[in-house]
Write a protein that binds this ligand. Sequence first.
Ligand SMILES: [Zn+2]
Length: 400
Amino acid sequence: MGRTVFRGGKVFDGTGTPLADADVVIDGGTIVEVGTGLDGDEAVECAGKAVLPGLFDCHVHVTGRYEDDELTIQHRPFSYNFFLIPEILRQTIALGITTVRDAGGADLGLKKAVDDGVLVGPRMQISITMLSQTGGHNDEWLPSGGRSAGWIPYHGFPDGVCDGVEGSRLKVREVIRAGADVIKIASSGGFFSPSDDPRHPHFAQDELDEIVRTAADLDRWVMSHAHGPEGIKRAVRAGVRSIEHGTYLDQECAELMVERGTWLVPTLTAGDTTEELANDPKLAPEIREKFVGLGRPEFDAMRLAAEAGVKVAMGTDCPVAPHGWNLNELAHMANNGFTPEQALVAATSSAAELMGVRDRLGTLEPGKIADVVVVDGDPFDFATLKDRIEQVWKDGARIV
Ligand SMILES: [Zn+2]
């Protein structure tokens, strides 16, 4: 295959050191050299461009689309949904996102199809489905007696509802059997569910403790959807790896997270559609009402977390906002407490650390997997970044 040199660009290596003039050389699937005056068998001329590590989205749902409402999904053949996924994967990797953590929806077959090259897309860690209590964020029960079409169980995709220490332990084992790399839970209510309140804590402390313990025995971390402060604190005390959303995070939460080393994945992009959803006639009234007058409390949470020194990794919760909007997250972080450099670190080396793959990914350093993004112009001008992603390389192969 030989050496490919990305020559003459500004390099952001992902560690947080400023942009520097440098060349990056990859050989096969590996980065072999970063420095000046390097050569290779083939060259990618990068004058006027920036060279970045492959980006991460640590909270995404690659199996759903913003434009698909409940009624549409209810009336669509079940398997049709699977055929929409390749386009979502393509859109995501076209943004330079070469690694994702799927927060619910992606199953083992999808992950393997990408790993084996059947589908083009970002490599993924998957959680299969989200564990929630009866009546919680992933309970699809409807007052009519039917069930919501969002998360229909099928072979390899178990139902996520569980209660009690025994029940929660069994459910963790069940999703790991199905292929979960990480356990996703909801330790508070949510917005897109009919009979719960985002501010309420979900799961009792003993249930959360048992979930984290059971997962740890099987070498998995736990990521917890949590909006309200009590749901955040319980999950942090139980020892989860990350809090997802953290919408009503307060000072006490932030201090506890710093003390315990808990990550925050703020998913600020999800709020980009709040106003539209508040007026969406296709949403059930009890869901729509949760968005009315909501504002952007997640921005306050992000600022508080940044100030307190909470570890932050980038995640978007797309398709709560449409797939393709993922890089909005960088701008939101940079507008709410982070410098632009910190925002890009959150999307590269910090994200890799959260996901436990920092030894292989997240920076442009010799020995790392050759995920490389070439950007035309300034990589910190986030407002226009998505239109300036020129090349995306994954595992040393050019994808875009
Ligand atoms: Zn989510």
